[in-house]
Design a protein around this ligand. Structure first.
Ligand SMILES: Nc1ncnc2c1ncn2[C@@H]1O[C@H](COP(=O)(O)OP(=O)(O)OP(=O)(O)O)[C@@H](O)[C@H]1O
Ligand SMILES: [Mg+2]
Length: 484
């Protein structure tokens, strides 16, 4: 039985105990009232007896006094019957004292008979002698009833005293014992629990098991709920820590992106500015040349302006490509790598013309590759164009080779050359924007490898390279199962 049920039992027992006590007190008080009524009854009987005596010693009959005497005598049994309720009747039935009720009823009947004789005498229906006889008969019955009434009432009151009061005492005793047992159980449980919870953590490895063994009922439920709540709060705290860590790393990467963007804006505007200012000054020379009539020099300067503008256009196109690299494309189609190489060669015609470098491509694919064609085109073109640009003029047969093949859902692109190589001290800057290490050898924006890196990251692939004075090998791997 849990604590709340035990407490409920105590409440019920106490209510029963109080109800019985109150009931007993009322019943004992009622017994006293019945004695009082009987005493009053005897007083009025005595008055009636005196009136009868006066009539007998030949005084005239005062019917009004006699009537009021009889009515007064009749009132006590009426009061008595009104006082008795159903429960009293049941008890009197059980202990066989219900003759008290019969006595009351008979007393009322006797009083009614006496009153009707009085009326008959007043109407001269009976004579004085008959009237006196009936009065004496009533007086006798009243007296007898009064005598017989005391015994059942006394018996009823003593029954209540003998049975209900010991019952109240027994319930009270049981209640006291039960309450002390309950308070001892609760205080013991609390004491054990306090010891258990205040024990050192090293002795507390099996706290759940100990709780299971040493506690029961509501206390056990309370501790289990509290432990669960603490665990959840702790978990939330840990989660908050995790969130804080995520926010910290993301803020750091945002900061880095912001720095890169600022650097990019600076470098881009710087690189855009130089061909523009060059072209501006040359345009002024062209005007002066034309004014001086020197058309030959004017044409030369205009040609330089044209070259500067071409450079500018390339730079703007490269910057645009780089900016677009982070935006996902919706043009996902099966890629025809042979056609991709043909198109690339067309675009690189300016670089391949008069270039002693040979370009060899090998494409071996087990299944069609479906992905963002433009990204693949830009990756391959940039890496191959670098091989062609930075070839070694001192080597007899410069070459660039490109192998494209797949294995276990991984597409591999290997571009190798026997060019001048990337200086060792700059190898970790190859993918940075605007970094160029062979300015004299060829033109460029220094954005090609940064663009390649962005595309590969977008495709969840990887790029690495090995470079020395003998040449450079770029290896690109792209997992095809991770493509959208
Ligand atoms: N295969 C290579 N051999 C030797 N050097 C290389 C090779 N690839 C890249 N580099 C070096 O790395 C630098 C950066 O390459 P990246 O492609 O980013 O720029 P770029 O080719 O100079 O210009 P862009 O590609 O924008 O026209 C190059 O300028 C070059 O110095
Ligand atoms: Mg390049």
């Amino acid at each position: 039985m849990n604590i709340s049920k035990k407490l409920m039992l105590i409440v019920i027992l106490t209510t029963v105990e109080v109800s019985i006590t109150v009931f007993s007190a009322f019943e004992i008080a009622k017994g006293a009232k019945f004695h009082q009524l009987n005493f009053l009854h005897l007083k009025y009987i005595n008055q009636l007896s005196k009136s009868i005596n006066e009539i007998e010693i030949d005084k005239s009959i005062d019917t009004k006094t006699i009537e009021s005497n009889i009515l007064a005598i009749k009132q006590q049994p009426i009061d008595c019957l009104e006082e008795i309720n159903i429960l009293n009747k049941v008890i009197m039935e059980i202990i066989n004292t219900n003759q008290a009720l019969t006595i009351c009823e008979k007393d009322i009947e006797v009083a009614d008979t006496a009153l009707s004789s009085l009326k008959q005498y007043e109407n001269r229906a009976i004579d004085r002698h008959t009237f006196l006889t009936s009065l004496n008969h009533a007086l006798y019955n009243f007296n007898e009833h009064s005598e017989n009434f005391e015994e059942p009432i006394r018996k009823t009151v003593s029954f209540i005293l003998i049975t209900l009061i010991p019952l109240v005492l027994i319930i009270s005793l049981f209640n006291i014992l039960f309450i002390s047992y309950l308070s001892r159980t609760i205080s013991n449980s609390i004491h054990n629990l306090t010891l258990l919870l205040s024990s050192k953590p090293k002795d507390n490895i099996n706290l759940d098991e100990d709780l299971e063994k040493n506690t029961t009922g509501e206390l056990k439920a309370l501790i289990i709920a509290a432990r669960q709540r603490i665990r959840e709060d702790f978990f939330n705290l840990e989660n908050n820590k995790e969130l804080q860590a995520i926010v910290k790393t993301q803020t750091a990467s945002l900061q880095q992106a912001n720095d890169e963007l600022a650097q990019f804006a600076y470098r881009a505007s710087h690189d855009l500015k130089s061909p523009l200012s060059g072209a501006k000054s040359l345009a002024q020379f062209v005007i002066l040349d034309i004014e001086a009539g020197d058309t030959k020099e004017a044409i030369n300067n205009a040609k330089i302006i044209y070259q500067q503008m071409e450079k500018l256009e390339t730079l703007v196109v490269d910057i645009l490509l780089l900016a677009k690299a982070d935006i996902s494309s919706e043009d996902i189609t099966p890629i025809d790598f042979d056609q991709l190489i043909i198109d690339m060669k067309e675009r690189l015609a300016w670089l391949m013309k008069d270039n002693p470098c040979t370009l060899e491509t090998n494409i071996t694919l087990s299944k069609p590759i479906t992905s963002d064609k433009a990204r693949f085109a830009q990756i391959i073109e940039n890496v191959i164009s670098n091989g062609l640009k930075y070839y070694d003029k001192t080597k007899p047969s410069p070459y660039v080779k490109c192998d494209i093949f797949d294995k276990s859902d991984i597409l591999t692109i290997i571009v190798s050359d026997n060019g001048i190589g990337i200086p060792e001290q700059h190898q970790d800057e190859v993918f940075d924007m605007f970094k160029r290490f062979h300015v004299k050898n060829s033109t460029g924006s220094g954005l090609g490898m940064a663009l390649v890196k962005k595309h590969i990251e977008f495709l969840k692939g990887d790029i690495s390279f090995e470079s020395s004075k003998d040449g450079t090998i770029f290896t690109i791997t792209i997992p095809m199962d991770k493509q959208v």
